[in-house]
Design a protein around this ligand. Structure first.
Ligand SMILES: Cc1cc2nc3c(=O)[nH]c(=O)nc-3n(C[C@H](O)[C@H](O)[C@H](O)COP(=O)(O)OP(=O)(O)OC[C@H]3O[C@@H](n4cnc5c(N)ncnc54)[C@H](O)[C@@H]3O)c2cc1C
Length: 370
């Protein structure tokens, strides 16, 4: 099979997501962005289509598809609305999959089905006000005697709407992972973009929490979750960049200057040619990393490469899409400015680009790199 070939099942899932995104999400994206609306009902409907647990096995309520299919879904959703894309990416990749990978069978059977079916939303709470890239500096604590977690987590995607949170806390000298349903969203963040997504601070106050995985496995669970999550964010970046290309290419055919379409100027057509080429390259990196994950092979470096490259492509080319649209690109009449605002964060969350370079360099040079 060639690198660009998909199976029939993968194509069907992508087409299903594309249809839903074009019909049910894209027409509302500008309003949700402007009015900062979290489109809660959309996730119930995505759940009915099996798109809230694409890569979750059928026996746990998911669609039982592979991670490449999941990446295709994230690309299509993000092409319509990057806020919806990140909601699903964090819900499935970061909130649900660690329970599947590290929970007991009883936890899997209890916690995962309502998430995979889209009845409940999940979140992943690692970051704190003083612990971002350096996540191990966290202060949130687990109290063994009471079985509770206490602390504050910051910028938690889905925070105001989630029912299940996979949370990380200091457990004696170590960090462990926990599942909890008891927390309070104390502040909704105001962001540059992704206005249709929820990013909230969560307070845990003697919150009953059950362990996920063995004591002290928290950082290993967090890092392996992020290994997969990065592929999802890279797919999100590809989706945003593709939306910007579709817009810019369409505009270049319609807009006239000096008596001809601006696409007839080589400065514009070659810009679009470069843009399409880099998006295809980013997509190929995403597919490669997803296929390695599906094959059960190491994908830490490949996921980091996909995210590093795809997020740069998205940030750079959404800016150039504004350039193609000229003054109209800078206004809210067209979505180019939304794509630009939404793209930036793909270089920041689930590990900044600096951290991706560190991961890649360590793969190349070993521990002497950083
Ligand atoms: C919209 C949004 C949603 C988010 N969702 C979630 C979520 O659901 N769950 C969650 O847990 N977190 C979430 N985050 C947090 C996100 O993962 C962190 O912002 C990110 O990991 C970076 O941490 P920081 O912001 O504290 O930056 P810092 O770690 O303070 O970094 C600041 C700068 O220093 C650089 N830097 C830091 N360390 C190094 C180093 N060793 N080498 C080189 N450069 C370095 C960084 O790259 C960056 O440029 C979200 C953030 C945003 C903005």
């Amino acid at each position: 099979m060639s690198v660009t070939e998909l199976t029939d099942e993968q194509r069907e899932i992508r087409d299903l997501a594309r249809r839903f995104a074009e019909e049910e999400i894209a027409p509302h994206a500008a309003t949700w962005d402007r009015e900062r609306t979290f489109p809660l009902d959309v996730f119930g409907r995505l759940g009915e289509l099996g798109l809230m647990g694409v890569c979750v096995p059928v026996e746990y309520g998911g669609a039982g598809a592979d991670h490449l299919s999941y990446a295709l879904v994230l690309e299509e959703l993000s092409r319509a609305d990057a806020g919806v894309g990140v909601t699903v990416a964090v819900h499935t990749g970061a909130g649900t999959l660690p329970v599947l990978a590290h929970g007991t069978e009883e936890q899997r059977r209890r916690i995962v089905p309502p998430l995979a079916q889209g009845h409940e939303l999940a979140a992943f709470a690692l970051t704190e006000p003083d612990a971002g890239s350096d996540a191990a500096a966290m202060r949130t604590r687990y109290d063994e005697a009471t079985g509770t977690v206490t602390g504050t987590k910051q910028w938690i995607t889905n925070g105001s709407y989630a029912r299940h949170v996979t949370v990380f806390a200091r457990d004696g000298e170590r960090v462990s992972a926990f599942a909890t349903r008891t927390f309070e969203a104390v502040r909704e963040e105001e962001k540059l973009g992704l206005h249709s997504s929820s990013t909230a601070d969560l307070r845990f106050e003697a919150s009953p929490a059950e362990r996920l995985g063995p004591p002290g496995a928290g950082m290993r669970i967090a890092l392996s979750t992020l290994d997969g999550g990065r592929i999802g964010i890279a797919a999100q970046a590809v989706g945003i960049a593709q939306a910007a290309l579709d817009l810019a290419a369409g505009y270049a055919k319609q807009r006239n200057a000096f008596g001809r379409p601006i696409g007839a100027f080589q400065a514009i057509s070659h810009k679009l040619a470069e843009m399409q080429t880099e998006i295809e390259a980013a997509r190929a990196l995403v597919w490669r990393a997803a296929r390695l994950k599906d094959a059960g092979r190491p994908h830490t470096v490949e996921g980091a490469q996909a995210k590093l490259f795809a997020s740069r492509v998205a940030r750079h080319w959404t800016g150039e899409a504004i350039q193609v649209l000229g003054g109209y690109g800078y206004t809210r009449e067209f979505p180019a400015e939304r794509y630009y605002r939404d793209a930036k964060v793909t270089e920041i969350y689930e590990g900044t680009s600096e951290i991706q370079r560190l991961v890649i360099a360590r793969g190349l040079l070993g521990e002497i790199a950083g």
